[in-house]
Write a protein that binds this ligand. Sequence first.
Ligand code: ATP
Length: 211
Amino acid sequence: MIGIYGGTFNPVHYGHLRTALEVKEIFGLAQLRLIPCRLPPHRQQPDVDGEQRLKMLQLAIAETAELQIDRRELDRAGPSYMIETLRSLREENPQAKLILFIGTDAFAGLESWHQWQHLFDLAHIVVMTRPSYNKPDLADFFRQRLYTNRRQLQQHMAGGLFFQAVTALDISATAIRRLIADGRNPKFLLPDQVIAYIRNHQLYLSPTQDT
Ligand code: ATP
């Protein structure tokens, strides 16, 4: 099973890293791929370019062999649609089960993703929740795909929806960008190497529309 963890990673932080490692272990994944997007389809263009966001990811996981980075969205022209990412991963790995991991915030907006129903043709989707999370009233489309047992993911190539509790870390890239723009210290929210990179390249010093 290959895990896919997409994001803007602007910048990557411990909320991403800790949950990525946890799901890699919980689901016994052969790989967990962090996939930075080039152009997020649903939000404004990040002011930090893809190569810099990639560099921060590389610094963050340099000593973490369990996690991998996949740069395919940075190398693809146009908006970074997850459906295209899954199609290319499926072509390269015809036998492997694919699991797309998303947070509850991303799941709340899933129905606005390009060809979102077809994501389930290619992969399972696992929503990473807080331990206390109450599942929302799910639309029929989702209820029909809901798995109640993790083992069901092993039994099918794609098409399942599963909710997995992970350690709740209330960290967001938006809050980190705000802290930095306010001249505050983001230490302990993201790796020191990433903070050093941000300082050296003077990133996030001025508030953007996004923050
Ligand atoms: P921003 O604040 O700019 O929206 P973000 O911190 O939410 O950024 P993204 O790169 O947009 O980070 O998120 C990538 C994926 O990681 C999404 O599926 C999101 O739900 C998930 N994620 C982000 N932060 C956390 C966190 N603290 N715990 C669990 N999942 C998270």
